[in-house]
Ligand binder design. Sequence first.
Ligand code: ATP
Ligand code: MG
Length: 182
Amino acid sequence: MTDITEEIERENKIINDLLSLVKLDKTEAKPVIQHISINHTIELIMKRLRPIAQKRNIELVYESIRQVTADIDEVKFTLAISNLVENAIKYNIENGWVHVSLNADHKYFYVKVTDSGIGIPAEYQDQIFERFYRVDKARSRETGGTGLGLAIARNIVELHGGKVTVKSEENKFTEFTVKLQK
Ligand code: ATP
Ligand code: MG
């Protein structure tokens, strides 16, 4: 029974992810822009993901360097950042850490998600943003997932006119940076 439930949950997640992507491609992607507190939105994401981090004994830290408000689609932004933080927890080591920070300059704000995890070899760092692309299929199967999280995250960030980049060293760290206009 547990197996069946898990399989249904997995399929549900794939369907929801695909629907998100399809919607992002269509006119429905028209963002619902509101002037929101980015600090508050990230705090809510942290609150929701903290139990998942605790399960793996991963320290989840949020550093709010500046107060930021911006014109953003809150639901889509939440989905993008959640995908990055979920990955940082998932592709981490036991007892590792995830550090999320929010900073800004006069024009842009930056959300950085850094983890102490397994890292991404340089040759895959472009491909991970492609739909269904997963590094190390065998290991990825254990962690579950479809390879859509980053495609969705990038889509959403670009829909807002922003950019998402990655820096990583194998077995050391991975850092995703989302750069968006205030
Ligand atoms: P899904 O997000 O759909 O559940 P997924 O996590 O495999 O599945 P993506 O989020 O698109 O898919 O990530 C693609 C691949 O990039 C992952 O399978 C993993 O190999 C690699 N990856 C992503 N984030 C990290 C990270 N923080 N550290 C190491 N590898 C990562
Ligand atoms: Mg993912």
